[in-house]
Ligand binder design. Structure first.
Ligand code: EPU
Length: 420
C-alpha cells in the first residue's frame, strides 16, 4: 500500500504552476467522442480520472494517443461501442458525461451509474429529466442507464438547482437536437464555459454559458479541433490555502485569478496578504489568522471542493469559525480524520464549527475522498512531527504531481510503499 508521509512545520515558499482542471478535462474528453474528426486536447492533467476516461474511450473503439504527457489526440470516427466500462465507472463520477455525448451524437448510450467521491446522495435525476425533455427514452436497470432516441428535439429545460453535471450533460446532448434548447437555472462554473467553448470550437452553437440561461441551437454534426483545458481553480485554491496555513510566501501561476475571487476574499478576510496579476496570485500568510464564516455555494460562491481544505485552515485561526456546506448532503466525513491530528471541530447537520488556534500534531490518517485527502496533507504541512496519509487512490484521481509540487515549495513530503 502507498502512503504520503509529511514532516510538518516547513514554511512553503516559491512558485507553483497549476495544471489543467480535472472537472473540465473529464467533460471535454467525453465531449470529444461527439466530434466528427480529430481533436487535439492540450493541458490535460495527468491524473487517474483522465487515465480511466481514456481507457474507457479506447475500449469503445475511440483512437486516443498521447502526443506528450498532457496532450491527447482523439479520433472517435471508428467507434464500435456505446457503453462505458463498468469497472472504470465505479471509481469516477465523470462517466455520466458519456450519456449526453453518446445520446447526442449516436442517439444511444448504455452507461453504468456513476461512482466518485462519497459526498451523500448524488442523484442524476436532472440529467435524465433533461434527456427525456429532448425526446430520449431513459431506462434504469441492472445498474445501467439505457438511453435511446430516434431523434432529439430542442426543449426548454429548467434545473431545480444549478447542477454542474446536469448542465454539461444536457448541453452536450442538445448540441445535436433539432431547433433551440434553453437550459434555465444552469450552472455557471468555469468548467461549464470551458466545455461550451470546446464544443463551439467544433462547430456547436452554444450561447450564454457562464450565465443562468444557456441557449443551444442544434447542429447536425461537429468537426474536429484543437483545445486547451482551463487551469484548475480547485488545485490553485488548494495551494493558496496550503501557503496560508504554513505562513508561507507562494505565487500560484498559470491560473485565471477571477476564478479564485471567493477564495481570495476569504483569505484576505483572515488576514493573508494577497496580490494578483494577469495569470498569477501571490499569497503571503499571516502570523495571526482571523476566524471567518464559510458558506459553500454554486459559482461564483465559495466552492464545495475547497471546503475541507478551508475548514482545516480555519482550525488554525483565532476564535470560532463556521463552515456551512450547502451543495452536498454529507461532506464532513474527513472531520474524524482531522480530529486525529488535533483539530477541534464539531459537526452539526450541514455546519462545522472550529474552535481555532489548533496546533496540529502528526498521526496516521486516511483520505476519505479526494478533497479530504488534500485537507489532511494541508494539516500535515503545518503539524508537529510526522503525518502519514493513506487511501491515496482518492488523491491520485484529481491532483497532478501533488508531492512533487509541494516539494518544490519546500515541503518535506514523500510517498512510501509499505507491506501490509
Ligand atoms: N443534484 C441532484 N440531481 C441531479 C444532479 C445534482 O439533486 O440530477 C444535486 C446533487 O445531489 C448535489 C447538487 O445537486 O447536492 C450539486 O451537484 P452537481 O451536479 O453540481 O455536482 P456533480 O456534477 O455531481 C461536480 C464535480 C464535483 C463538484 C460539483 C459541484 C465533476 C466530475 N464533479 O459534481 O467535483 O463538487 O460538481 O461543483 O465535475 C471534486 O472535484 O472533488 C468533486 C466532487
Amino acid at each position: 500500500m502507498e502512503y504520503i508521509v509529511v514532516n510538518g512545520q516547513k514554511v512553503l515558499k516559491g512558485r507553483v504552476s497549476i495544471s489543467g482542471a480535472k472537472n473540465s478535462a473529464v467533460a471535454i474528453l467525453a465531449a470529444s467522442i461527439a466530434s466528427g474528426g480529430t481533436c487535439l486536447i492540450d493541458n490535460l492533467p495527468q491524473i487517474e480520472d483522465v487515465t480511466s476516461m481514456v481507457a474507457a474511450m479506447q475500449a469503445m473503439g475511440v483512437k486516443c494517443e498521447f502526443t506528450d504527457t498532457n496532450t491527447l489526440r482523439v479520433n472517435p470516427t471508428e467507434m464500435t461501442s456505446y457503453t462505458f466500462d463498468e469497472r472504470l465507472a465505479k471509481n469516477m463520477r465523470a462517466s455520466y458525461y458519456f450519456m449526453g455525448a453518446l445520446l447526442g451524437r449516436y442517439k444511444q448510450a448504455e452507461i453504468p451509474l456513476p461512482g466518485g467521491c462519497d459526498l451523500g446522495a448524488r442523484p442524476i435525476d436532472y440529467h435524465l429529466k433533461g434527456f427525456t425533455a429532448l425526446g430520449a427514452k431513459c431506462i434504469q436497470e441492472h445498474g445501467f442507464v439505457k438511453l435511446q432516441a430516434d431523434k432529439l428535439k430542442g426543449a426548454n429545460i429548467y434545473l431545480d438547482s444549478p447542477s454542474v453535471g446536469a448542465t454539461i450533460n444536457i448541453m452536450m446532448a442538445a448540441v445535436f437536437a433539432e431547433g433551440v434548447t434553453l437550459i434555465e437555472n444552469a450552472a455557471k462554473e468555469p468548467h461549464v464555459v470551458d466545455v461550451a467553448n470546446f464544443l463551439n470550437k467544433l462547430g456547436a452553437k452554444i450561447g450564454g454559458a457562464g450565465t443562468a440561461t444557456i441557449r443551444i441551437l442544434g447542429v447536425p454534426k461537429l468537426t474536429g479541433g484543437d483545445y486547451t483545458v482551463l487551469p484548475d481553480p480547485i488545485e490553485a485554491g488548494t495551494y493558496m490555502i496550503a501557503a496560508a496555513i504554513t505562513g508561507g510566501d507562494v505565487t500560484v501561476e498559470n491560473i485565471i485569478p477571477k476564478h479564485m475571487d471567493s477564495v481570495t476574499a476569504k483569505l484576505k478576510e483572515m488576514g493573508c496578504n494577497i496580490t494578483e496579476g494577469g495569470d498569477w496570485i501571490h499569497v503571503c500568510g499571516s502570523e495571526v489568522l482571523r476566524s471567518c464564516e464559510i458558506k459553500t455555494a454554486f459559482y461564483p460562491g465559495f466552492p464545495t471542493d475547497l471546503q475541507p481544505q478551508m475548514a482545516t485552515l480555519l482550525c488554525k485561526a483565532q476564535g470560532t469559525s463556521t463552515v456551512t456546506e450547502n451543495v452536498f448532503d454529507s461532506r464532513f466525513r474527513y472531520v474524524s480524520e482531522l480530529k486525529r491530528l488535533g483539530a477541534q471541530i464539531k459537526v452539526e447537520g450541514r455546519m462545522a464549527v472550529t474552535k481555532g488556534s489548533c496546533v496540529f500534531t502528526g498521526a496516521e490518517v486516511a483520505a476519505t475522498d479526494l478533497r479530504a485527502g488534500a485537507a489532511l496533507i494541508i494539516a500535515g504541512l503545518c503539524a508537529k512531527g510526522e503525518t502519514v496519509i493513506g487511501e491515496l487512490y482518492h488523491l491520485d484521481r484529481g491532483y497532478e504531481r501533488f508531492e512533487e509540487k509541494f516539494r518544490s515549495l519546500g515541503a518535506d513530503i514523500k510517498r512510501i510503499k509499505r507491506d501490509e
